[in-house]
Design a binder for this molecule. Structure first.
Ligand code: ZN
Length: 304
């Protein structure tokens, strides 16, 4: 089960606000929290790489500042999203309890703004520590014990969240037979709405001769491609913002919130608006001068 952090209630919010010296500054967000959410809007974040130390810098980026900017951006949207996804690598390298403590604090303003948050695991997370650190968010009866998987039901689509963490702090990812069997069954049991699948590791590579980092990518695609209710697969891990397509299935590589591996690549997060026929994806880059910042990409769902 990915972690699902419910929004903070008004009571909790007020208690926290009263304790905070800057409480007046946070009241506009309380009003936003009380307005109804846009059921078709979702904020897509990936690869936040938060370290215990807020001052930590990797590849010239202060990861805390980048996540804070993303959180601020999500809260500033004209309408409140139905939910926020953070698609793995929440922690910087090894998934330490201290990393999750900082991560948890940094995403609290989203919960205060009334947003539910759905988390998946990446190769820089530690499943056991993740579960212990954010214990309150773990449901009593997860579909699988060995991996964090779940379904987030949306108005226009259902999100299927997978767990490709294999070994902590090792690059490759693996879903495994049990998870793929669960996914196939879950997809077949939920055909009324388009299915959108989210996994941390990339099933394909930007370089044609190289394979993606997901070891059982072929087996995953063998589950997804023939099931025409599956319209898109969202992933992270590469820290690049890319679109590809296979038999009409959209393969969307979400950018990292944290840092990129090449100077030309953009970092940021994505504002997704779903419609009956597809999705509109708008990039919010940290570098607002980057050519991709604010650019919108439309993807259309393949026929059922
Ligand atoms: Zn990453």
């Amino acid at each position: 089960m990915p972690l699902h952090l419910p929004p903070l209630t008004r009571r909790t919010f007020l208690r926290r606000s009263l304790a905070a010296t800057a409480s007046l500054l946070t009241f506009p967000s309380l009003r936003a929290a009380e307005s109804s959410a846009d059921p078709d809007r979702w904020a897509l974040l990936s690869d936040t790489h938060i370290a215990a130390d807020r001052a930590a810098i990797l590849r010239t980026v202060n990861m805390t500042e980048h996540l804070e900017a993303a959180v601020k951006g999500v809260r500033a949207l004209a309408s409140r999203p139905a939910g926020v996804f953070v698609n793995g690598d929440c922690a910087v390298l090894k998934g330490l309890a201290e990393d999750y403590a900082t991560f948890s604090t940094l995403i609290t303003p989203l919960r205060e703004a009334g947003l539910p948050i759905h988390l998946t695991l990446g190769n820089h997370d530690d499943r056991d520590i993740f579960r212990t650190s954010l214990k309150a968010a773990i449901p009593a009866a997860p579909p699988l014990v060995s991996k964090h998987v779940s379904i987030v039901e949306g108005a226009r689509a259902n999100w299927f969240l997978l767990d490709s963490l294999d070994e902590v702090n090792k690059t490759p990812g693996l879903l495994g037979d049990e998870q793929r069997a669960w996914l196939a069954k879950a997809l077949d049991a939920n055909t009324a709405k388009p299915a959108l699948v989210m996994v941390h590791h990339n099933p394909i590579s930007g370089t044609p001769e190289k394979k993606g980092a997901l070891t059982d990518a072929d087996e995953l695609l063998a589950v997804l491609l023939p099931r025409r209710n599956v319209k898109a697969l969202f992933f992270g891990h590469t820290h690049t913002w890319r679109f590809a397509e296979k038999d009409g299935l959209h393969l969307v590589n979400l950018p990292a919130v944290a840092y990129s591996f090449a100077a030309t690549e953009v970092t940021g997060w994505v504002d997704a608006k779903l419609s009956e026929k597809g999705a509109t994806l708008t990039l919010h880059a940290h570098d607002t001068r980057h050519a991709a910042h604010g650019k919108t990409t439309e993807i259309a769902w393949r026929a059922a």
